[in-house]
Design a binder for this molecule. Structure first.
Ligand SMILES: Nc1ncnc2c1ncn2[C@@H]1O[C@H](COP(=O)(O)OP(=O)(O)OP(=O)(O)O)[C@@H](O)[C@H]1O
Ligand SMILES: [Mg+2]
Length: 506
């Protein structure tokens, strides 16, 4: 049982006392007793009871029905009427105040107990309902989606603030209007009028159809609105009562203009980024081609010079000249191969994979730079492991790799004041890896951040492109290996790469 604080309004003092005793026995607290309507309104205000037991006929001007009306309006306190007579007119007037019950005098205690309990329960559930309605109202007012509720005839019952802004109607103006008048939509492409969504739901019997996009036209005569209106995404669901009957629908819609603008900006940004990426890659590719073709080109120019010298002799030695021309042809072919291999590198696929004998390839490479080594007065120590294992990879790319490391070593030792100029190349294998070390006795690496020298375009040389090591690392990684740099044990630097030896390889 709910114990309540109750106000008794009864002009018959004996009856009032009697009720007071009964209520106390039931466990309720009587917070006041009044004999007139005016007094009852005052006491309800000051005492804020949970319930008022109200006689209809009272002393003074104001009867119980009027007093009840005022108390309900001001404080929403539940009222139970007590009356000795109940003609239709009185009952009708009393019912307008939404009473929570009637007790016909004379009444017994059990009867009163039941009516009071019912009134208190009903009031508690009314309060909960009102609270939940307020919650919904606050939610609907604060969301950015437009919400319109329609009754079973497709007329507007309610709309939230967002819906007011998007349609140009106020909720007060729209209430009772057909949805098709308030919410005028056309097909985005064809501009053909669309049937209002609540009518579609009702007609099709599909009570939660998929959302659709449409153009919401501005309210007629709305001078501020854009003539084209806004693009919205709308969803509509039927509202079904306990018996399964259609009692209305709810339309929820959202302005897509902003979202589309953001998506558009994102697309543009992505396209810009891809373009920049392509430009950077093209720049790097151009630099790579320039870098790798430079060496054979220089060799061709030198050999062509030698050739001309031979030919300008009174008795040219044709055998020697042929040998030099053959070297020119070989270098020109190599330049062509290099260009092809760089294109493959940019696509990140080995161009012509096969079994490669790294030691033999290293010896060939040293042969290619013989002239440079001689010019720089560099002694070469080559400790090359003969025979297998071989690596599976692209021959031209692997030769570029060794050549880049050797060229860097030669360039590092080109200064005049070096006490010693020694290039040591060691090849060997262990644990399934093939290892190649290129050591020089140059000044060593100046950069403290060792990874910086592997970045494209990083160079400390006046004529350097800064591409050699970046290309070399790409080649090694493409073959599943690692390229590292370290200071040498007695000065200079050491570059080492390892490549996996495939099991089952030669
Ligand atoms: N053996 C080495 N000894 C000392 N420093 C080196 C050595 N090899 C490379 N470096 C440093 O690393 C930098 C980058 O080398 P990388 O081969 O990438 O470019 P580069 O030789 O400067 O120019 P290029 O693109 O013409 O080869 C060099 O500028 C140099 O500072
Ligand atoms: Mg280099």
């Amino acid at each position: 049982m709910i114990a309540a604080r109750i106000l008794i309004v009864e002009d018959d003092r004996i009856v009032a006392r009697d009720i007071q005793h009964q209520l106390s026995r039931m466990g309720h607290v009587v917070v006041g007793m009044s004999a007139s309507g005016e007094d009852a309104v005052r006491m309800a205000c000051s005492q804020q009871p949970d319930l008022v037991l109200m006689d209809i006929r009272l002393e003074g001007e104001m009867d119980g029905i009027e007093a009840a009306r005022r108390i309900r309006n001001a404080h929403r306190i539940p009222i139970v009427f007590l009356t000795a007579y109940a003609n239709d007119e009185v009952v009708h007037r009393a019912s307008l105040t939404e009473p929570f019950g009637y007790l016909l005098k004379p009444f017994e205690e059990p009867q009163m107990r039941t009516v009071i309990q019912m009134a208190l329960y009903k009031h508690a559930s009314d309060t909960r309902l009102r609270l939940s309605e307020r919650r919904y109202a606050a939610t609907l007012a604060s969301i950015r989606d437009g919400v319109i509720l329609c009754n079973r005839d497709g007329r507007v019952d309610f709309m939230n603030r967002a819906a007011e802004t998007m349609t140009g109607w106020t909720a007060a103006e729209a209430t009772g209007q057909p949805l098709s008048v308030v919410f005028v939509v056309v097909d985005e492409e064809t501009q053909q009028p669309l049937e209002d969504f609540s009518a579609v739901v009702l007609r099709s019997g599909d009570f939660a159809p998929p959302e659709r996009q449409a153009r919401l036209l501005p309210r007629c005569g709305d001078a501020d609105a854009l003539p084209a209106g806004i693009v919205v995404e709308e969803r509509c669901s039927a509202i079904i009562d306990d018996r399964g009957d259609f009692v209305g629908s709810i339309l929820v819609f959202r302005d897509l203009t902003q979202r589309r603008r953001i998506a558009e900006a994102l697309r543009t940004a992505q396209a810009d980024l891809a373009h920049i990426g392509r430009l950077t890659m093209m720049g790097e590719l151009a630099a790579a081609v320039a870098h790798e073709v430079n060496q054979p080109l220089m060799a061709i120019v030198t050999n062509a010079g030698t050739c001309l010298q031979h030919l300008s002799q009174p008795q040219p030695d044709l055998d020697k000249t042929r040998m030099v021309v053959e070297r020119i042809v070989r270098d020109a072919q190599r330049a062509g191969d290099v260009v092809r291999s760089i294109r493959a590198l940019a696509r990140r696929t080995p161009v012509d994979p096969g079994w490669v004998d790294i030691s033999a390839l290293t010896a060939d490479t040293l042969e290619l730079v013989r002239a440079e080594l001689r010019r720089a007065r560099i002694t070469v120590e080559a400790d090359l492991q003969a025979g297998p294992p071989w690596v599976h990879g692209d021959r031209v790319q692997l030769q570029q790799l060794v050549l880049n490391l050797v060229m860097n070593a030669i360039e590092a030792m080109s200064a005049d004041d070096l006490p010693e100029r020694r290039l040591r190349i060691v090849t060997g294998s262990d644990d399934g890896w093939l290892r190649v070390r290129v050591e020089d006795s140059g000044p060593g690496i100046v950069e403290t951040d060792i990874d910086a020298i592997f970045r494209a375009l990083y160079t400390t040389k006046p004529d350097g492109l800064g591409m050699g090591l970046s290309i070399s690392r790409s080649i090694v990684e493409l073959h599943g290996g690692r390229l590292t740099a370290a200071p040498g044990a007695s000065g200079g630097s050491v570059f080492e790469f390892v490549l996996p030896v495939s099991p089952g390889g030669k």
